[in-house]
Design a protein around this ligand. Structure first.
Ligand SMILES: C[S@@+](CC[C@H](N)C(=O)[O-])C[C@H]1O[C@@H](n2cnc3c(N)ncnc32)[C@H](O)[C@@H]1O
Length: 276
């Protein structure tokens, strides 16, 4: 479970410090999302849970005539996004809870997100709000993880954790896998219709560059379930966990990068208001 409170605090801070590495981890998925976004017509785009802004920046640069706003609940991530995106005239970032925020400059006709919509405490209320503040003909395009069992990076790390650390909470609790089940996502997407799910299998790149193993270890120290374990395990268990993590990372080093299998949904939908 990753709550709004976590994102506003230490989790958001770690993602802000690690944005180069988290962007790398998604680098094989991002082109699929950008291609789907490119296929949509739009005059105002909002990126929900924009994080450090990579997707919003790419979209704003590709479509200079379109106004792009990235919204995120983490002050640290909005600061990072602002710094990265400064000087791009058609781009802005706003610190906001997207489940309650509306853009004072006008209703978006395209809402996008890379893995940013699975963390709402009350998803149907949040999606109904997004539909209400978007234009009547709005479209939505986002990605989210499929089931943990299809995400090798997650199962491999869960396999290293002591049983209590790996204990599952509700599969629908806000978190990276909350939107794994399409039927659940359909139920959550109040105010949206014609919801489509396209499976995208991709490589989760945990590390690359001059020191891929070191990069992957740095990522896993700060991001995801391994970071949580590192913070919460007793000292004696932590050292053993770290050793197993290093062995796992080394086993996934293919000579160029540290790579794990990953699986996402690419989801599209239309505002239900366009019917009314
Ligand atoms: C997994 S991260 C993805 C970040 C970014 N889209 C990316 O791909 O790098 C999820 C993001 O959703 C943001 N988030 C969570 N709940 C939110 C909410 N209610 N409103 C706005 N942003 C939220 C978090 O702060 C975080 O930046």
């Amino acid at each position: 479970m990753t709550s709004a409170f976590d994102w506003q605090g230490s989790v958001g801070r770690n993602w802000a410090t690690e944005w180069r590495r988290t962007d790398t981890s998604f680098s094989d998925l991002t082109p699929h999302l950008l291609k789907a976004v490119e296929a949509e017509s739009a005059t105002r785009i909002v990126d929900i849970g924009c994080g450090a802004g990579e997707v919003a920046i790419a979209v704003a640069c590709a479509r200079p005539q379109v106004r792009v706003t990235g919204a995120d609940i983490s002050p640290d991530l909005i600061l990072a996004a602002d710094q990265r995106g400064s000087g791009i005239a058609n781009l802005s970032f706003v610190l906001a809870d997207a489940s309650q925020w509306s853009d004072p400059d006008g209703a978006p006709d395209l809402i996008i997100s890379r893995h940013g919509v699975m963390f709402f405490a009350d998803p149907p209320a949040a999606f109904a709000h997004l539909a209400a503040v978007a234009s009547a003909r709005a479209r939505m395009v986002f990605t989210c993880f499929r089931a943990p069992a299809q995400n090798e990076w997650a199962t491999a790390i869960a396999g290293l954790l002591p049983p209590t650390e790996a204990a599952a909470s509700s599969p629908f609790a806000p978190g990276p896998f909350a939107f794994a089940d399409p039927e659940h996502v359909q139920r959550c997407m109040a105010g949206w219709r014609d919801v489509t799910f396209t499976p995208v299998d991709f490589t989760y790149v945990a590390g690359e560059g001059d020191d891929p193993v070191g990069e992957a270890m740095a990522l896993f120290h700060r991001i995801g379930p391994s970071a949580f374990a590192m913070r919460t395990l007793p000292e004696a268990e932590r050292a053993a966990f770290e050793k197993r993590l290093l062995e796992l990372v080394e086993a996934h080093y293919d000579g160029t990068r540290v790579a794990f299998g990953a699986a996402a949904w690419l989801v599209t939908a239309s505002s239900d208001h366009s019917h009314g």
